[in-house]
Design a protein around this ligand. Structure first.
Ligand code: FES
Length: 104
């Protein structure tokens, strides 16, 4: 799918990524170093926090209890927050807009 990624500082870029990656891997692989993803995708750090454009939220897999608990540790959590390592990309997500959360 094609994704439209906005950095925390507001730079927007369109990236094309293969299936089978997580949203976290897709963002990292395209040079957005500010997405720290310190735990490497194990759902234990919350440094892969992103905001998803609301229209796309229903296309994402439901949030696990662990993801929900981890997101609670972030001051910038809102209704559009997800951990990007918990989102495997699919073709239906084509055009997804995502913004990297500010580090708090
Ligand atoms: Fe650590 Fe997603 S990379 S929770």
């Amino acid at each position: 799918p094609t994704l439209i990624v906005t950095s925390a500082s507001g730079d927007e870029r369109t990236i094309a990524v293969g299936d089978g990656l997580t949203l976290m891997e897709a963002i990292r692989d395209n040079g957005f170093d500010e997405l720290l993803a310190l735990c490497g995708g194990c759902c234990s750090c919350a440094t892969c926090h992103v905001h998803i454009e609301p229209d796309f939220l229903p296309l994402l897999p439901p949030m696990s209890r662990d993801e929900d608990d981890l997101l609670d540790s972030s001051d910038t959590r809102d209704a559009t927050s997800r951990l990007s390592c918990q989102i495997p990309l699919t073709e239906e997500m084509d055009g997804l807009r995502v913004r990297i959360a500010e580090i708090d």
